[in-house]
Design a protein around this ligand. Sequence first.
Ligand code: NAD
Ligand code: WQD
Length: 344
Amino acid sequence: MKKILVTGGSGYIGSHTVVELQNAGYKVIVVDNLSNSSIDAIAGIERITGIKPHFENLDCLDYVGMDHLFSKYEGIDAIIHFAASKAVGESVEKPVLYYRNNVNGLMNILDLMPIHGVKRILFSSSCTVYGQPDALPVDETAPTKPATSPYGNTKQVCEEIIRDVINSGCCCMQSIILRYFNPIGAHPSAEIGELPHGVPTNLVPYITQTAIGLRDKLSVYGDDYNTPDGSCIRDYINVVDLAKAHVFAVNRMLNGTQDQPLEYFNIGTGKGLSVFELIHAFEIATGIKLPYEVVARRKGDIEKVWANPERANKILGWKAEVSIEETLMSSWKWEQKINENRKA
Ligand code: NAD
Ligand code: WQD
């Protein structure tokens, strides 16, 4: 049974990916310091798959601890590196925390891989590296743009570090970098999902918290953009679809079909939705009228971005499948679930 180390594996995308890895027959070891997730996610994974992943409460910044981990689980076939801090606004206030956590964490892993004979790493990146693309849909040949936040820059820097390590010829390392667009939704079982801390900054958790009554109304950040209805456009990707993309990528790394030692894939639906269209889709899916108010633009927001996912479709063999309505229903079901726990 092939062994996959998943850092950040009790987090939002990581936990959904662990489920799909287990469904695909992989043995999974999760490393997470629980700085932005709960150990309950591990139990949730087990309730879904019947398999409890190995869990190590460890910080990727703990070099000695990570070295011992690699020794404990000798023969790791691939690493999926999710562990990072990801709040754009917080990164502006605390840039050093973000560079230390996101960049040093990756470098510890890249240091330890050749020492322990680990050759493959799958890295979590973001469409944020494209900024406002010059052409849409955006494909992997699009140039990266100067980051608009320290968080976004950590993603660009990490991509460049991986590129340089591979170009150094270090231990025949292979890597696939997945650039996610906007992940949303939750596992249909409502056993795992996103756990936003405090007031959500992302659109969909704010919508579901408004719908459940935690927030009075949604603020729509601007309706004066150069888009059909004036609101920003994004490519919202179902988190289970996104998780499955990681399985396709790991399969590619392990089955020897990877053409280049470093490959990039945009993981999106290829369809852009505006904020108003997403609100409408939520209302149709749930039957809930969502109160909202248009306010000023949010600083740093780009106007419109959606993926050209053809490379991932053709080369990985992966395609987004879940509809936006079904995805939003899963978000709503998850919100209702965690709201029960809030009341308990
Ligand atoms: P998340 O915060 O839910 O998951 C990250 C996990 O990593 C958490 O469980 C956290 O406790 C853990 N972690 C953080 N720093 C750690 C450290 N030093 N050592 C060990 N564990 C650590 O976030 P997510 O949404 O699941 O994102 C996962 C990855 O995907 C991140 O790298 C993020 O930058 C990237 N990404 C996320 C999005 C998105 O919109 N959610 C979009 C593009 C890319
Ligand atoms: C989506 C749209 C907002 C909230 C961010 C990060 C990105 C990645 C994904 C980590 C925008 C609008 C939002 C609200 C609103 N994260 N909006 N009212 O900004 O595209 O991407 O999350 O990698 O790096 O930048 O996602 O969900 O915050 O916003 O009108 O209360 O919804 O203006 O147009 P975003 P988002």
